[in-house]
Design a protein around this ligand. Structure first.
Ligand code: KG4
Ligand code: ZN
Length: 337
């Protein structure tokens, strides 16, 4: 089954063709980073307009690179929640129009289920059940995956997402937007114990929930008191700030793995590209006896191949959405009772 996936929930316009939920025939992403960089964050109205300009050429490029025409596709999968509504609507209306014109089946995909499905595009994916730590610019969720589409949330951030913490920290330090990768690079030369930053909500009673907004405030106070350093002191500050994020993510994940009795852990979303997070999670897995899976960077950040992969399993089960499918700005995964 060949599925055309579409993704437009934030600042990437993406289309991909995936066969049988695991073979990527094409994967096209048009990023809007230059559009938003000067504002230090995604401007929703500008995102919608850029999606409108990009969506048809991106879909056409995905078909061309796969050597296919729309009629060769067996189904259409589109991100319909959560995200910026105006942005989601562009991909959604395009998908609906194509489904209506061709009569092909349509399914809406939850963006986070897409991130979780990315690893199934790689050889040797994790078995079920596994834990998923979804860490991106918009989301921080720790979930239990019992099967395709069978996901329960064990915990999530109560304020900023992990990627947001990286990006807001980077902005404060004048490192540009999005700054997660820059912090990662500078931190490699720094001492993570140089500056003491808070590790929020790590006490047992907070379960698997996260909070990162206090960390950003702690950095703000540090910068107000000492200014923005440069050279080795900047590297130390980045390493210390990053360590506070990574340590909380790893601590909560290993605790959940132990409690759930699960020995396969997937990290996905843009922050999964963070080198310190990968190293720390693998070290924790070696100690505790769980195996860590991380998709390659291009499948960690937003893309449509992951949406097509998640959509494949829904289509294969016979799920169908009709043209009343709507975009939903905030849609949480089902939470563990
Ligand atoms: O998944 P993604 O492309 O978009 C969302 O769905 O949000 O994630 C983007 C996020 C940004 O916050 C970016 O700073 C962060 O991923 N990021 C990183 C790294 N590479 C990307 N954060 C830390 N270290 C990295 N190496
Ligand atoms: Zn995402």
């Amino acid at each position: 089954m060949r599925v055309l996936g579409l993704e437009s929930s934030c600042d990437e316009t993406a289309a991909a063709i995936v066969e049988d939920g695991c073979v990527v025939r094409s994967d096209v992403v048009a990023s809007q980073h230059e559009v938003h960089a000067r504002y230090g964050g995604v401007v929703p109205e500008l995102a919608s307009r850029a999606h409108i300009l990009n969506v048809v050429p991106v879909v056409q490029a995905a078909l061309d690179r796969a050597g296919m025409v729309l009629d060769d596709v067996d189904g259409i999968a589109v991100t319909h929640a959560p995200g910026l509504v105006g942005a989601l609507l562009v991909g959604l209306q395009t998908a609906k129009a194509m489904a209506w014109v061709t009569g092909k089946p349509l399914v809406g995909v939850h963006h986070l289920e897409g991130h979780l499905a990315a690893i199934f595009l790689e050889p040797d994916p994790p078995p079920m059940p596994h834990l998923g730590l979804i860490v991106s610019g918009g989301h921080t969720s720790l979930v239990r995956v019992d099967g395709h589409g069978r996901v329960v949330e064990l915990g999530a951030t109560r304020d900023d997402a992990a990627g947001e913490a990286f990006d807001k920290g980077a902005k404060l330090l004048g490192l540009g937007y999005p700054g997660g990768a820059v912090v990662d690079r500078l931190a490699r030369r720094g001492d993570p114990r140089a500056v003491a930053f808070p590790r929020a909500m790590t006490a047992g009673e907070h379960g698997a929930d996260f909070s990162f907004s206090g960390l950003k405030t702690a950095l703000l106070h540090h910068v107000r008191a000492h200014g923005v350093p440069d050279g080795p002191a900047l590297a130390d500050l980045c390493a210390s700030y990053q360590a506070a994020i990574v340590e909380v993510l790893v601590r909560k994940t290993r605790r959940a793995a132990r409690r759930e009795g699960i020995d396969h852990v997937l990290i996905c979303g843009g922050v999964a590209a963070n080198s310190a997070l990968r190293v720390a999670m693998i070290a924790a897995g070696t100690e505790d006896g769980f195996r860590v899976y991380v998709p390659p960077p291009a499948l960690c950040t937003d893309n449509a191949a992951m949406i097509a992969a998640a959509g494949y399993h829904r289509l294969a089960r016979g799920d169908r959405d009709d043209l009343a499918l709507d975009a939903i700005a905030s849609a949480r995964l089902p939470r563990r009772a």
